[in-house]
Design a protein around this ligand. Structure first.
Ligand code: MG
Length: 139
């Protein structure tokens, strides 16, 4: 059995007037991540991690933000498409471990819902998805 690991990273500015969707869950918060899609940086980072592990480039290459087709795209759809791409190559997702660093919403109260949401999108059980929230210490 061959095991590969991948690393994803993403940053989105939190702005007023946008829903705060992270990990496929809408959080009650006055600002939300800006972006060409719904701005779900958590799902974007997961896409990059699994695509990277499979050697399938990255999210921006597969779903360019210059393409109107992906304007206001649901990140859950981008993740489903990424999962399909790695599955077609014969890979199976084992687990994901996620760090969310934000000065925005508190993550801990929503951790279980995020884990379930992400697990559903990846087709794995919730115990294969870990979510950790960190602050940026005011930086
Ligand atoms: Mg992004």
């Amino acid at each position: 059995m061959t095991i590969r690991t991948g690393l994803g990273f993403d940053v989105h500015r939190l702005v007023e007037g946008r829903p705060c969707i992270l990990g496929g869950v809408e959080l009650p918060h006055p600002t939300g991540p800006d972006g060409h899609s719904d701005g779900d940086a958590v799902l974007h980072a997961i896409c990059d991690a699994i695509l990277g592990a499979a050697g399938l480039d990255d999210l921006g290459t597969r779903f360019p933000d210059t393409d109107e087709e992906w304007k206001d795209a649901l990140s859950s759809d981008l993740l489903r498409a990424s999962v399909a791409a790695v599955t077609e190559e014969g890979w199976r997702i084992g687990n994901v471990d996620i760090v969310i660093a934000t000065e925005g919403p508190r993550i801990a109260p929503h951790r279980a819902e995020m884990r379930a949401s992400i697990a559903g999108l990846l087709g794995v059980s919730a115990d294969c998805v870990n979510v950790k929230g960190k602050t940026l210490e005011g930086l």
